[in-house]
Design a protein around this ligand. Structure first.
Ligand code: AMP
Ligand code: MG
Length: 346
């Protein structure tokens, strides 16, 4: 055999070995479940090294548990201290990460045209939604209590951050991050997984989720739940880094004299939203998706398109209390196993 043929064959063998080496990793589906934020969090990872995945997930669990205790809207922790200082007219020193998070929520609030307003914790408290016991059966707040709050309505632009010092001139500010905390936590979890070299995963908190990569050569598939039920509304095949969040006004509510009051509150009226039962958003990160879903429910049929445009959202699905739905063309084109007939807009 000619020497150059021996060389050719050995290069081929080497190349073949490389291909086998690339394919020989035993990527498999690793599933873990946690109970954080009062919700079951399912983590799915497509990876070959279970030990590395476990290490990453231990870090995720520690971070998320820490966040849950520190950023609770009405229990002791960092957020409680921040709120205490703001309502006393004092300033408070934030960490760099806290500055970044609060500034992100200021921007999201602005982009949502004030429909997502995490400064209305006092109003949420007034309605009795700072509790873990549902449904709430106490009477709603009086009109004069609501009007008094509306007259002093705080907004996120009234928060000033200078050299990590947070302060505000409005003592009615009470930060309640219930509308965005899950999204932020899921983003944090995904960042930790990426830091550990994990590129294919889903972090799913009761249907609100972010996915990265794929499940081998297949896309991840996720289900969107029907409002008020465990049934599947539609299935979506997720492409790479995407977040899908649904906000519903049916899960937590106050019920008094046969009337239900939703826990998502319209800052313009001071009352829980009624028209939209659920809003689903697909976008590129959990924090934005979570804030946007809450904002769209508040915006209602009248102004959801304005909010979607301002927040740069092109995948939205809204279900109304009369059972009808409105959606963007782009999200409708992606829904599988669904018999939804929605009015569509671009
Ligand atoms: P979500 O399920 O993400 O829509 O969040 C609902 C939670 O967001 C409520 O339980 C409140 O803590 C909070 N919330 C209610 N109304 C608003 C609002 N207009 N803007 C921001 N957060 C809100
Ligand atoms: Mg939300």
């Amino acid at each position: 055999m000619k020497i150059e043929n021996v060389f050719k064959i050995s290069v081929l063998v080497l190349f073949f070995n490389l291909i086998v080496a690339c394919n020989s990793n035993q990527d498999k589906l690793i599933k873990k479940q946690y109970f954080i934020f009062g919700t079951i969090i399912d983590v799915l990872v497509w990876h070959d090294d279970e030990h590395l995945v476990n290490q990453a997930l231990t870090e995720v669990e520690t971070e998320l548990n820490g966040m849950h205790s520190q950023w609770h809207a009405w229990k002791d922790g960092r957020l409680h201290e921040i709120n205490h200082a703001l309502r006393a007219g004092e300033s408070f020193e934030l960490t760099d990460e806290e500055v970044q998070f609060i500034q992100t929520t200021q921007l999201l609030s602005k982009q949502s045209l004030g429909n997502f307003n995490p400064a209305i914790g006092e109003l949420i408290h007034l309605w009795g939604f700072h509790t873990d016991d549902y449904p709430i059966t106490e009477p709603p707040p009086s009109e004069s209590e609501i009007n008094d709050f509306l007259a002093h309505m705080p907004n996120m632009e009234e928060i000033v951050i200078n050299n990590n010092q947070i302060s505000s001139k409005n003592p009615r500010i009470w930060l309640d991050y219930g509308g965005v905390a899950k999204g932020y936590a899921i983003d944090k979890a995904i960042n930790i997984l990426k830091k550990h070299g994990i590129e294919n995963a889903i972090v799913n908190a009761g249907g609100d989720l972010r996915s990265i990569g794929s499940k081998g050569d297949k896309n991840w598939k996720v289900a969107i739940r029907k409002p008020n039920s465990e049934d599947v509304l539609a299935v979506i095949s997720v492409q790479g880094d995407e977040s899908i969040f649904t906000s519903g006004n049916y899960e937590r509510y106050k019920e008094f004299n046969g009337k239900r009051y939703a826990h998502i509150i319209d800052p313009k009226t001071g009352y829980g939203v009624e028209e939209i039962v659920s809003a689903t958003v697909v976008t590129d990160n959990g924090t934005k998706a979570d804030a946007a879903a809450t904002a769209l429910i508040v915006a209602g049929t009248k102004s959801w398109q304005k909010v979607a445009q301002s927040m740069n959202l092109d995948q939205v699905l809204m279900i109304k209390s009369d059972g009808m739905c409105v959606a963007t063309v782009k999200i409708m084109q992606r829904l599988k196993q669904s018999d939804l007939q929605c009015e569509t807009v671009n």
